[in-house]
Write a protein that binds this ligand. Structure first.
Ligand code: BTN
Length: 323
């Protein structure tokens, strides 16, 4: 069940995050709720695996850093203050929330603390524990045909890199065609794009981005190689700050893309290309080919040099490096 973020929950976490103990009565007075309602919210956070110490006679305190998502904090850093952003405590999938018939061409965003049915590419699941990572989707209208949108997931990965840079991350973060962001062969972020063509021209795209912000090591649900921004930067990541940087960069890149396509981004991609020069197997529904990666073209297609010396560009597929 989708659950909108509750203002009292934001206030409670903010009170508990100052490193001091707070008892149920004083928290209740500040939030204008009963002690038992405070206790219920504490239990809820503990069920979400947020560590809270509770000491008889002293009260409650957060046992580890935790900054809850808060639209007021995100808005402070946004360039466009008039965006519609929907924030959920829990949702099935932020992409699914935006994939409904919609009249307006205005950009709409959706963020959640937790996804109960987070989706990855190729029918995979996206592990989405409460409060650890960033799960953001945006619904964007393009004055373009669906066939012109192949570069969109590449551009989104570049926006993630720009957001990490704005956060102060100067490490060598790379992009893996078509939609992943990597650090030292481990995945930081992925993008899932779902497109609807409009009968009157143009297309709507739901752009879903998951960034491993503060994910912890002992999560048994994770099987493939991943890393979190917290690990890379050796500090707790304030996801409000990360979300604001990401939204700012993404919207500016999308506006440029709507006007000029992927061409202005080809050079930027080339500087961060994880696959460049590698021999890969590229699989998609139609075929499986092997070739050396030459980069991407102005449509965002992957350019491969095949064994007979010919060069072909592919619009979709899953690429794995042959070592
Ligand atoms: C992938 O690498 O396979 C793509 C992962 C995309 C995950 C994000 S999280 C926000 C949005 N909502 C979803 O259900 N999926 C995307």
């Amino acid at each position: 069940m989708n659950k909108k973020m509750n203002a009292s929950l934001i206030k409670l976490v903010t009170i508990l995050s100052d490193g001091h103990y707070h008892d149920g009565t004083s928290i209740g007075a500040q939030l204008n709720i009963t002690r038992s309602a405070v206790w219920k919210m504490i239990r809820k956070l503990q069920d979400y695996k947020i560590k809270i110490n509770s000491v008889k006679g002293k009260g409650y305190v957060l046992a580890e850093p935790f900054i809850i998502l808060d639209l007021a904090e995100i808005n402070k850093k946004l360039e466009d203050k008039n965006l519609e952003i929907n924030l959920f405590e829990s949702i099935n999938s932020t992409n699914d929330y935006l994939k409904v018939p919609y009249e307006s061409k205005n950009t709409v965003l959706c963020l959640a603390e937790q996804q109960t049915a987070g989706k990855g590419r190729l029918g995979r699941k996206w592990h989405s524990p409460f409060g650890r990572n960033l799960y953001l989707s945006g619904r964007y209208f393009f004055r373009k045909d669906v066939s012109e949108l192949a570069g969109l997931s590449l551009l989104t990965s570049l926006a993630v890199i720009a957001a990490l840079k704005s956060l102060g991350c100067n490490e060598e973060i790379l992009v893996k065609w078509p939609n992943d962001v990597f650090y030292q062969h481990r995945k930081i972020s992925g993008t899932l794009i779902e497109i609807q063509a409009e009968s009157h021209g143009g297309s709507f795209a739901v752009i879903g981005i998951g960034i491993n912000a503060n994910m912890i090591d002992d999560d048994p649900a994770l099987t493939s190689a991943w890393i979190s921004v917290q690990k890379i930067m050796a500090r707790y990541i304030d996801r409000n700050e990360l979300a604001a940087h990401l939204i700012n960069h993404l919207l500016s890149y999308l506006a440029e893309f709507d006007l000029h396509g992927f061409a202005p981004f080809v050079e930027m991609w080339g500087k961060r290309d994880y696959l460049r020069g590698q021999v890969v197997t590229l699989k998609n529904a139609q075929h499986e080919v092997r070739g050396r990666v030459l980069g991407v073209n102005e449509q965002g297609y992957l350019r491969l040099e095949l064994s007979d010396g010919s060069v072909r560009a592919f619009s979709s597929g899953d690429a794995s490096i042959i070592r």
